[in-house]
Design a protein around this ligand. Structure first.
Ligand code: UDX
Length: 437
């Protein structure tokens, strides 16, 4: 199939490459000339495991190209809208200006029977509004909503082999044709019996925000238990194991620590709350404000724990911060708890030296006041405390005996409960976990 992907940020660049990998003829379109030049040359503007390989192999087949001209979308049968929906300035609501602009600029290039497919995360009601805009244009094109559930770090695999597909389509023959077109796009997933939910626009839009709200709630639930464990002497990691054996609960996403961050979970729960309030049902998701508050308290907890664990005033201490990205296998520092902790400690006057396998450049451009070390050794040398805030494998495998020889004081705060506490204690370290004695 001929496919266009409008928006070549994180979502769009991965989607365009993956669609070409599946055998489609794809044009990726973005207004950012530097981004299009990089992608055309086979360079990804961000770190995502597996993406450079898929991008370069798709470019080599000639099935994938990039352009800054929306007119190049003409002739494609399916047009994916994959632009960002950031948080509005001064508000928690989603900023839809890029989605609106993408649809507006695409309209003159649509032909009858074309399918426009929304992938961006939007407030419920957006698809119905955009469908009316497309209908009014008289092009004969149809809109479908097909939310994306990819996780950073696993984006290529999640796009090529998703764990489910959701199509929000209009009723009637246009909807039936949209389902058939999307089934052709995802023929390989169809062949492997990927679960498919065909539904209306509103449900499709809500599936995405509901999924992220549930995941955020699960993490904040276990972090709330960590807070109780901290005042009662219980161990939240054992608690999570024990409740996780209940198949109705499940162990995944029950890792207590410094909390969630990134470009999706924090923004999506805030935008969902704002949209529910607009719809007069703010009380239905008022608990998400608590989910957000618990999450932000965990960052503060790591900072407070570090300050109290130091054997000297914080403004005279050197603190090594291990991790800057919001999670491992990513260079993304958007709303990163790790970077937030580093900045807060610096704000208290500590001499913070942070390291991360991928996220130093993104952190430095946002926070030049921090010191960065390209390697773990440079961060640890002379430290009065070590704070682990992103569970990269490189950090998990640090030998505590080796690290002991570098630091000034053997104090470690494990903000992700990821280290072998017994091994660190055996090497003479004072170990602090999250929600653990
Ligand atoms: C998330 C959703 O998982 C994905 O389906 C959606 O499409 C986009 O948002 P992502 O933001 O890539 O994906 O990261 P995810 O793996 O969900 O982690 C989110 C945050 O939660 C990270 O900061 C992670 O460290 C944190 N987390 C995750 C925990 O603190 N504890 C856990 O048990 C799991």
């Amino acid at each position: 199939m001929k496919i266009s992907v409008i928006g070549c940020g994180y979502l769009g660049a991965v989607h365009a490459s993956a669609m070409a990998e599946l055998g489609h003829e794809v044009v990726g379109i973005d207004i950012d000339e530097a981004k299009i030049a990089a992608l055309s040359a086979g360079r990804t503007p961000f770190f995502e495991p597996g993406l450079p390989e898929v991008l370069t192999s798709a470019l080599a087949t000639g099935r994938l190209r990039f352009s800054t001209d929306i007119a190049d979308a003409e002739g494609a049968e399916v047009h994916f809208i994959a632009v960002g929906t950031p948080q509005k300035k001064g508000s928690h609501a989603a900023d839809l200006r890029y989605v609106d602009a993408a649809v507006e600029t695409l309209l003159p290039h649509l032909n009858a029977d074309d399918l426009v497919v929304g992938k961006s995360t939007v407030p419920v009601g957006t698809a119905a509004r955009l469908a009316a805009v497309i209908d009014a244009s008289g092009s004969g094109a149809t809109l479908a909503w097909n939310p994306e559930f990819l996780r950073e770090g696993f984006a290529v695999q999640d796009t090529i082999a998703p764990d489910r597909l959701v199509y929000g389509v209009p009723a009637g023959p246009a909807g039936e044709r949209a389902v058939a077109q999307l089934n052709s796009v995802y023929a390989s997933a169809m062949a492997t019996q990927t679960p498919l939910v065909v539904t209306d626009y509103a449900t499709a839009e809500l599936v995405k925000v509901a999924a992220n709200a549930f995941l955020a709630t699960k993490i904040s639930f276990i972090n709330a238990m960590a807070e109780i464990a901290e005042v009662s002497g219980a161990d939240v990691t054992q608690l999570a194991d024990a409740i996780g054996f209940d198949a109705r609960i499940g162990r995944r996403f029950l890792n207590a620590g410094v909390g969630f961050g990134g470009g999706c979970l924090p923004k999506d729960i805030r935008a969902f709350t704002a949209r529910a309030e607009e719809l007069g049902r703010g009380e239905s998701v008022a608990f998400l404000k608590e989910v957000d508050a618990i999450n932000l308290r965990r960052r503060q907890r790591v900072v407070d724990l570090t300050v109290s664990a130091l054997d000297r005033p914080v403004h005279t201490a050197k603190v090594a911060v291990l991790g800057l990205s919001f999670k491992p296998h990513s260079d993304d520092v958007r709303d990163s708890p790790a970077l937030d902790v580093a900045v807060q400690l610096r704000g208290l006057g500590a001499d913070v030296v942070a390291t991360d396998p991928q996220a130093i450049e993104n952190s430095r451009s946002r926070h030049p006041q921090l010191s960065y070390s390209p390697d773990i050794e440079g961060a640890l040398r002379g430290a009065d405390a070590v704070v682990l805030v992103t569970e990269w494998p490189d950090f998990k495998s640090i030998d505590p005996e080796w690290a002991a020889g570098l630091v000034n004081t053997r104090t470690i705060i494990d903000g992700r409960n990821t280290l072998n506490s017994a091994a660190w204690r055996a090497a003479g370290w004072t170990y602090y976990g999250m929600g653990r004695p």
